[in-house]
Design a protein around this ligand. Sequence first.
Ligand code: MN
Length: 423
Amino acid sequence: MISKIHPPSSTWVDVPPGSDFPLHNLPYGIFSYDGKKPRVGVAIGNHVIDMSYLFKRGFLEILFMNENVFKSRTLNRFIALGRPAWNATRKRLFELLDEKNPELRDKNEDIALILIPVQKVQMHLPLHIGNYTDFYSSREHAYNVGKMFRPDGEPLLPNWKHIPVAYHGRASSIMASGVHFHRPKGQLMPEGALTPVLKSTQQLDFEVEMAFVIGRENAHGTAISTAEAENHIFGMVVFNDWSARDIQKWEYVPLGPFLSKNFISTISPWIVTLDALEPFRCESPLKETQVLPYLHDEGEKSFDIEIQTFIKPKDSKPTLVSTTNHKYLYWSIAQQLAHHTINGCNMKIGDMCASGTISGPTPDAFGSMLELTWRGERPLILADGSKRKFIHDGDTVIMHAFAQIGSKRVGFGLCKSTVLPSI
Ligand code: MN
């Protein structure tokens, strides 16, 4: 079960208003500072808690853990300890950070070692990601793409309302926020040409997605039910699934995307736990068809998380180009995972399942340039007056997701990546 551990009413750590990381959030990441090796951190306000020091100084001794869990370059070891350890850690952090508890609050020497100012910190990829799956769970996105590429047919293919459609992506090229990468080359068929050419993509695009991280394995040959699914999920990140549309168009028949997708995807640095997202639950859109029993899912299985996307040209200010929301997803994360394992496929700790591009019902909520500009027919105009059909060299794409009800807010930090010219 998702824990129902509540945070204390206030903390002695300074948390600026509007911070992505108030006491309620406590997301996990991997960070380094002062030339030290990457290690496990927990974000609070403008600081990162060095969990290995917290352990070393005896503040986490009550738990059945060892220092290596937190001195690790990935979160996999911590995640593998399972729900009892996640709950105990969250509970203990709430205790230590409680305004009323002097245990850590009054120990300045320890605080200096444990609370690292965010300006000193470099974030790293937080997981060993063995496998990555990309779903196609947004009805609006699937509809828009269908309408563009099959103008004379039904926009949604007959299977779409029965199956959370997905393909297996490539895990090795999932990168942490802050990465710079060169515009990829590939084989493509220019408009009106008879033979393909090898050149750099002219239609570089982002895809606004959220991904969940597997926190508990299922044995090979067993399935995870929709009711059990959330117990197998550790948390979520923002996921920018970079895509090259011209390469995709030429290569995707008949087996789906390949090199148009596997050159890079970027994730936000902090894994926000389902515990932190609990207050932001909401219902998924109504199903338009009866689904098979193994996909049956009731209650609030989606999350009201807003995702903003900005394009920042080199030497210019960012422009907000899309505002979408996790709650628009037709298929819930529980349905995605139940479908993924119905054949007995074994999920591993750290595996990542992305939602597919999340598009909302209105054009400002579309989650890719393909849709926002309708295949380049309606270019976007940025704050500096420049036009975009797709992403240019020098552009930084910034995604920022957060959930907010009143003053209660949980954010994911920024998911940023910058495009360099092709080499
Ligand atoms: Mn995708």
